[in-house]
Design a protein around this ligand. Sequence first.
Ligand code: NAD
Length: 485
Amino acid sequence: MSLSLPYHLENYIDGYLIGPLSGRFTENVNPATGEVYCLTPDSNEKDIELAVHAARKAFPSWSKTSADERFNILLNIAKGIEDAKEMLALAETQDTGKPLWLSRQVDIPRASANFRFFASAIKHDASEAHATDTVALNYTLRQPLGVVACISPWNLPLYLLTWKIAPALAAGNCVVAKPSEVTPVTAFLLSRICREAGLPPGVLNIVHGTGVSAGEALVAHPEVKAISFTGSTKTGARIASLTAGQFKKLSLEMGGKNPSLIFADCNWETMLQETIRSSFSNQGEICLCTSRILVEASVYEKFREEFVQRVKQLSVGDPLDENNYVGAIVSKIHYEKILRAIETAKKEGATVLCGGEAVHPQGRCANGYFITPTVLEGLGPECETNRIEIFGPVVKLQSFRDETEALQLANASGYGLAATVWTQHLTRAHRIAGQLECGIVWINCWMLRDLRTPFGGMKQSGLGREGGWEALRFFTEAKNVCIRL
Ligand code: NAD
């Protein structure tokens, strides 16, 4: 299997694949080998201007297409992704360092599912009507906004980019998307797929580049009516402050520091297997990954022993090798940041129960960025390790006495994205779910997703919700029409 990639990636603007106007590019590195393998456009405000102009030009006709037409085109894109799934999976793995089996099982299937889901959603969409006694009839129109921006991170590149683009297009908007500069390749390949799928020129534009240059120009552009962003809390805050005076619609999906609450009465084997998965899937680089494992005191030692024993068995190395569970960290910068966070934890007094080190596999990955799955213990909720998002293969264990203390520890975070609860006690599960300060609660499971459900966080993890009708509502403006009877 090989990738037919040009060495210079291109922007997708007005239906054309073109280089950045400045002629400048940045290096794109395969994190499993440390080698540069292509160049990414380093776009700036001029490229953004071109893309926004193309999107504006395309909007009047795209917004008037029938739901049937949009359904057919979005379905064609979904099929295009499915036809190219092996190539896309390899590209995602080469760009991110994630295991190829994971790209095949999760990232690429979900990207096509996003288009299929919103293609169908727009055919089943309905708006409200309110009869005001016998005096009047109100009905609500939900109309597309115009040009919208979709900005995505590097951890699930095609999966999260399409999660934004698909509802925006389905609702009749034109999009300027800016994928992460760290992982641009599958977005570039998506441009080719969209051209072949019959998407009219200018309806979707993909501009590559850094956050400071292309990202800021995009969010600040006066013609951009809404911004759907996924990334760090720091960037979300920057976007909110840059756009506050323009009253743009914002959907911000940001960082997490997710707790897992493990009670003695849980189904032990399922809990252990899923806690390994929720802690170390995708090298711990999923916003929904567990990072604070809270365990009832009566089973704390049993959990620590069995969990650490299994974590030590997780193989780390070449993401192309099907036997490896943990691949490479996405970039040198992020790899160094995680190693620094582990050093900080040690200085704060943490005991490293396993992992905590860089790994240098033999062969083609000797210069890649690998870290062993790390389990820490012995730090309270106030320490930096428990407060900041590490976003890597690092978890911390802590025991709790009872339900009250479990909730206190779980909620003692500035973040509020997701939590998992492990218990067979039905009433307790519901009681805790109601009191957890986060947008998503999984009981006896993790990352079991239904695309119709509201997705997002509270506190510093998010503003607004994605998924299902929430996404279609975000990408439309409600207009009430009142008719006197
Ligand atoms: P990041 O904030 O550095 O970058 C995200 C995107 O924003 C990139 O495309 C980047 O170029 C762009 N960007 C950066 N600065 C910008 C600016 N000033 N103006 C406009 N755009 C700008 O995040 P990252 O390091 O790529 O991703 C990791 C973060 O994403 C983690 O915090 C993780 O928790 C979070 N995340 C959240 C979710 C969620 O659903 N809540 C999902 C995945 C990742």
